[in-house]
Design a protein around this ligand. Structure first.
Ligand code: FES
Ligand code: FES
Length: 149
C-alpha cells in the first residue's frame, strides 16, 4: 500500500494491521514519534494525519492509504527551525525530549487553526492527552502561546 509521509510517497511492505508507529519507526526510519504507553494515553506517538493530530500507536496502516502523514522530520531542521520548534527552543519547553515530538505535532495543528491568540484553557484542552514525565508543562504552555502569535 502507499503511504505519504512528509510529502514523500512510500510503498509500505508491512502487513496491513501493523500500527502506523511501527511502520514509521521500523520500516521507514522516521523515529520522531515515540513508543510510550502504546495505548493512546500519553501522546508521545502523535503525528498529523491530513492535518489532524492522531495517535500513531492506535492506527492500523491499512486505514491510511492516500492519507498525508506529517511528523517532526517534516518541520524545520537544526539550521532553520519551524515557528513551533523555535518557540519550544526559546522557552526551554523540552527536558528529556521524549514527549516533545508529540507536543510539537499537536501544537502545529492547534496553531494552524488559531487566529494568533490562544488562551491557556484552549491549550490545556488541546494538549490534555499529552503526558510530560519531566513535568515541564509551564514552559510548554508558554511556548505554545508564543508560537500561536
Ligand atoms: Fe501512543 Fe502513548 S504511545 S499514546
Ligand atoms: Fe521529558 Fe516531557 S520533556 S517527558
Amino acid at each position: 500500500m502507499r503511504l505519504t509521509v512528509n510529502g514523500v510517497e512510500h510503498n509500505v511492505l508491512s502487513p496491513p494491521l501493523t500500527i502506523l508507529l511501527d511502520v514509521l519507526r521500523d520500516e521507514l526510519a522516521v523515529t520522531s514519534p515515540k513508543a510510550g504507553c502504546l495505548q493512546g494515553g500519553c501522546g508521545a506517538c502523535t503525528v498529523l494525519v491530513d492535518g489532524e493530530p492522531r495517535r500513531a500507536c492506535l492506527l492500523p496502516v491499512a486505514a491510511l492509504e492516500d492519507a498525508e502523514i506529517s511528523t517532526v522530520e517534516g518541520l524545520g531542521d537544526a539550521d532553520e527551525l519551524s515557528t513551533v520548534q523555535a518557540a519550544f527552543h526559546e522557552h526551554y519547553a523540552a527536558q528529556c525530549g521524549f514527549c516533545t515530538s508529540g507536543f510539537l505535532m499537536a501544537t502545529e495543528a492547534l496553531v494552524a487553526r488559531s487566529d494568533g491568540d490562544v488562551e491557556r484553557e484552549e491549550i490545556i484542552e488541546a494538549l490534555s492527552g499529552h503526558i510530560c514525565r519531566c513535568t515541564g508543562y509551564v514552559n510548554i504552555v508558554e511556548a505554545i502561546k508564543a508560537a500561536a502569535k
